[in-house]
Design a protein around this ligand. Structure first.
Ligand SMILES: NC(=O)c1ccc[n+]([C@@H]2O[C@H](COP(=O)([O-])OP(=O)(O)OC[C@H]3O[C@@H](n4cnc5c(N)ncnc54)[C@H](O)[C@@H]3O)[C@@H](O)[C@H]2O)c1
Length: 335
């Protein structure tokens, strides 16, 4: 089953195809938005969580001219976030300002300040984007605290991938719940153009319009979805990925042939097994496990997320995909 080594060239050509499609979609949304009403303008953004996602969100905000405050629980975590941002900005600078990489990076970093003081972080901010660990309790505790510290007009947004935005918002008062939504970025944030805006039944139209406007200003393409499991992308993608593994388990076809079929027959830029290895087999397993709870309460079909022995076996063996050097494929370099 294990197969040829995928070279990083495959990944980068796939990514550039994705970016071209995203750029076309983005300019069409921008044209459309110029004729639609917008809510209040966001100038200051506070990002909670200086990990992979939070650092990326702070970076793209700062690049678009927002004044960004990045907050985490320790100085070490903030340092880690700033390192992620600096490295990523150097790559951007090589393309955008090859003659003055340091000047370019410095100018954007000047838009970012950091603090471990959560109350201070939201003192005068227009938008909070939370990208901390995926725990409903920790997220609710944070938002409950921030509700009394931030100004009344401030919009709260969560970057959760799998939790209910409505349940997180219920940690705040009624008025804030109208100014609460999901803002779901994709990894890696600086490269991925999509942002899913998740509206709860309480999210007001002006909150939604403000989020749509700021999403476009930071160079991303917004799409809108109700607060349902997996939102748009993961709701469609995860069952498809799981069914691809079931096909291999049944012996219907090999991972290589399924990838080729979906790339050449369906026009997908990356087949399901390349994508599974990129995302991480452990991550896919966690999502499927989380959704089993939602299936039990009838929010999603049970058969979509039935456990798969082959997937569990690979995860148990530490074959997690690109990051471990082996998943459905083998890789020369770990990511
Ligand atoms: N990684 C992805 O591919 C991805 C994609 C989309 C959405 N998300 C979501 O984004 C969020 C963050 O994911 P990540 O991959 O960046 O995680 P991460 O582990 O890289 O970073 C999380 C950060 O949150 C900090 N943190 C924890 N509790 C905190 C608190 N109370 N206040 C402030 N900071 C706190 C941690 O110290 C850490 O630096 C999660 O909700 C995740 O589901 C992740």
């Amino acid at each position: 089953m294990l197969s040829p080594i995928l070279r990083s060239a495959t990944m980068s050509s796939t990514r550039s195809q994705l970016n071209a499609a995203a750029a076309t979609r983005l300019s069409s949304i921008q044209r459309h938005l110029s004729t639609t009403p917008s809510g209040s303008r966001i100038e200051r953004m506070t990002v909670f969580g200086a990990g992979l996602m939070g650092a990326g969100i702070a970076q793209v905000g700062a690049q678009s001219g927002l004044k960004v405050t990045l907050s985490d629980v320790t100085d070490k975590a903030l340092e880690n976030g700033l390192n992620i941002i600096s490295k990523s900005l150097s790559r951007v600078a090589k393309k955008k300002s090859p003659d003055d990489i340091e000047g370019f990076t410095k100018k954007i970093l000047a838009n970012i300040e950091t603090t471990t003081d959560a109350g201070k972080a939201v003192e005068d901010t227009d938008l909070v984007v939370e990208a901390i660990i995926e725990s409903i309790k920790v997220k609710r505790d944070l938002f409950g605290f921030l509700d009394s510290k931030a100004k009344a007009e401030c919009i709260f947004a969560t970057n959760t991938s799998s939790l209910s935005v409505t349940e997180i918002a219920e940690s705040c008062g009624k008025e804030r719940q109208e100014r609460f939504a999901g803002l779901h970025f994709f990894n890696p944030v600086p490269a991925m153009k999509l942002v899913e805006i998740i509206r709860t039944p309480q999210t007001s139209t002006s909150t939604y319009e403000s989020l749509k406007e700021v999403t476009l200003r930071i160079g991303k393409a917004p799409v809108t979805c109700n607060d349902t499991p997996g939102f748009i992308v993961n709701r469609l993608l995860v069952p498809y990925l799981l069914e691809s593994i079931r096909m291999v388990e049944r012996g219907d076809a090999t991972p290589e042939d399924i990838d080729t079929a979906m790339e050449l027959g369906a026009g997908y830029p990356m087949g399901p097994f390349k994508l599974l290895d990129f995302v991480g087999l452990d991550t896919t397993t966690y999502i499927a496990q989380g959704w089993r709870g939602k299936a039990a309460s009838g929010q999603i079909s049970k058969e979509l997320v039935e456990p798969i022995e082959l997937l569990d076996k690979l995860v148990k063996e530490g074959k997690l995909g690109r990051k471990s050097g082996q998943g459905f494929y083998e890789y020369e370099n770990k990511k």
